[in-house]
Design a protein around this ligand. Structure first.
Ligand SMILES: Cc1cc2nc3c(=O)[nH]c(=O)nc-3n(C[C@H](O)[C@H](O)[C@H](O)COP(=O)(O)OP(=O)(O)OC[C@H]3O[C@@H](n4cnc5c(N)ncnc54)[C@H](O)[C@@H]3O)c2cc1C
Length: 500
């Protein structure tokens, strides 16, 4: 018997069936499991996770200073109060997730080191068959399920996005990516250049500035930041007067979301005034002599890219103290000892950190087939950014860019549980979304409007993502404030849902 035949029959023998399979044990997958245990306690389920533990993003990223860039009152689940400072370290987020797992008994449902590589839907059997390997033993694994809940995130965990610059091979120092931060990276007393201007660069620079000889943030163009005290006054007051943490969580969430809605509305309606306000916030930390232009004055209007919160303005305090500096320029080439810039200047470096972002990873690098045909995901149309035309019994959690991801993970959690209950009552074993007669001729556009939001990883990967239509039900609107009311009101008997 060949090795392949052996592993196939071995896998077949070990095939296990669950009502629901959740792929991924990040914040979305653990949230999904929590919703299932509470809202569909009769459904059997398993969470399959490629890595050795839960956390997803918060396990993968281990660079110095790694922390959230949005507040944990809204990045935390709606069902578990957050009791710490608004901006949290990855260790704190993992502790919080660990408590959710322990308190709800989800632990035994999670299989770690289980990487799924293929998912095949059979309309005859009304089943998904998932195959993959165990990362620790190399053993083939097989699961079948009625419903597949994709919580695999949106970027490739194994490796970050590394642009190729001329002369990289010449550089005698180390080039690293924050997503695969080497544990042995000795940056003490070294000249470090961090390429990038996003939340990762803004976190990393102050975290290493005290130890390095100098750290330079090299950016092509600046980003907006919100520097402020890492505290929530309302939460502090409510705690002082001994309000219950469950209430504090709900009240503070509502206040933050109310303020964010105002902030976003103002970014759309009065972008110039908002720009001035944001720049003023940065200037307050940098001091009056700071060179705001070009280093801290973005050319785009606020909110076209995610705005990172900078707790206690640590990045700007480091720059003001001279421990870190910012260079706004473009890379001509790497040299043996650093970077040659297009302006003609050079930056000497022992270590270059490319905080250049992610590689979009649609559907977790899983080869999907629907009734024997490979699924071309970009040919599908999205139903509210969570289901896809022609893909039965499957939901995907893709959170918000402008609000905390988990707000949507909770909304999708409610939706999936309601859908599963509806199918049960109808006796349906298959549900699929399909364009309705009234959608005929609807123009189909890329997943997201680049005029509205345009981070690099989305722009690089847009061709891989499903299409959107021009009605809210056929878009991922990125609007939490509308979806929080729309999702619970979705009519599951609308013609967009086709049951068998
Ligand atoms: C450094 C950093 C900071 C961020 N900060 C914030 C923030 O403050 N606020 C915010 O809203 N968002 C933030 N984000 C976005 C963040 O990724 C999401 O908010 C959220 O953590 C995503 O959770 P997730 O569970 O959907 O996906 P992930 O965290 O990506 O987890 C997906 C899991 O699925 C597993 N998986 C993937 N494919 C497979 C497969 N084929 N088989 C088995 N398992 C698989 C992965 O191993 C991983 O554990 C941040 C992102 C980064 C990178």
């Amino acid at each position: 018997m060949s090795d392949t035949a052996m592993s196939t029959s071995e896998a077949a023998r070990k095939s296990e069936h669950f009502d629901v399979v959740i792929v991924g044990a990040g914040i979305s997958g653990i949230g999904g499991a929590w919703h299932l245990t509470r809202q569909c306690p009769e459904k059997s389920f398993v969470v399959l996770e490629a890595m050795e533990t839960f956390g997803g993003t918060w396990h993968t990223h281990r660079y110095p200073g790694i922390r959230s860039d949005s507040d944990l009152y809204t990045f935390g689940y709606r069902f578990k109060p957050w009791v710490g400072a608004p901006i949290a370290t990855s260790a704190e987020i993992k502790t919080y997730m660990g408590e959710v797992i322990d308190e709800s008994g989800i632990g035994p449902h999670i299989r770690y080191r289980h990487r799924i590589s293929s998912a095949r839907w059979s309309s005859a059997e009304k089943l998904w068959t998932l195959e993959g390997i165990r990362e620790d033993t190399g053993e083939a694994i097989r699961f079948t399920c009625n419903f597949l809940w994709m919580c695999q995130g949106y970027y490739r965990h194994s490796k970050g996005y590394m642009p190729q610059w001329p002369g990289m091979e010449r550089f005698r120092g180390r080039i690293v990516h924050p997503q695969t931060w080497p544990e042995d990276l000795a940056y003490k007393g070294k000249q470090v250049v961090v390429i990038g201007s996003g939340a990762t660069a803004a976190t990393l620079v102050p975290a290493i500035a005290d130890d390095t000889a100098h750290v330079t943030l090299l950016q092509r163009s600046p980003t907006y930041f919100i520097p402020a005290r890492n505290a929530n006054n309302l939460a502090d007051t409510l705690r002082e007067i001994q309000i219950d943490e469950t209430w504090i969580h709900e009240i503070v969430r509502r206040k933050i979301l109310f303020d964010q809605a105002n902030f976003m509305r103002r970014c759309m309606e009065e972008p110039e005034a908002m720009k001035e306000e944001l720049l003023k916030g940065v200037r307050a930390y940098l001091g009056p002599e700071a060179e705001m232009d070009p280093h801290f004055t973005p050319t785009y209007r606020p909110w076209r890219q995610r705005i990172a919160f900078v707790p206690d303005g640590d990045l700007f305090r480091g720059i003001r103290a001279g421990k870190a500096s910012v260079v706004t320029d473009e890379i001509e080439a790497f040299t043996e000892t650093g970077i040659q810039l297009k302006s003609g200047k050079t930056l000497e470096a022992d270590i270059i950190v490319a905080a250049t972002g992610f590689d979009l990873n649609v559907l977790g690098d899983i080869a999907f087939e629907i009734d024997g045909e490979p699924l071309v995901f970009s040919d599908t149309v999205t139903y509210r950014g969570m289901m896809f035309t022609g893909v039965p019994n499957m939901a995907w959690v893709f959170g918000y860019f402008r609000a905390s991801w988990t707000l949507r993970a909770d909304l999708v959690g409610d939706f999936v549980c309601r859908l599963l209950g509806h199918m049960e009552r109808k006796g349906a074993r298959k549900v699929e979304v399909a364009l309705r007669p009234e959608d005929e001729g609807m123009p189909l556009r890329p997943w997201i409007d680049p005029e509205n939001f345009n981070p690099g990883y989305i722009m690089r990967g847009m061709h891989l993502l499903p299409k959107r239509g021009d009605k809210p039900e056929w878009q991922h609107t990125q609007d939490y404030w509308a979806e929080k009311d729309e999702f619970p009101a979705i009519d599951l008997d609308d013609r967009a849902f086709v049951y068998r």
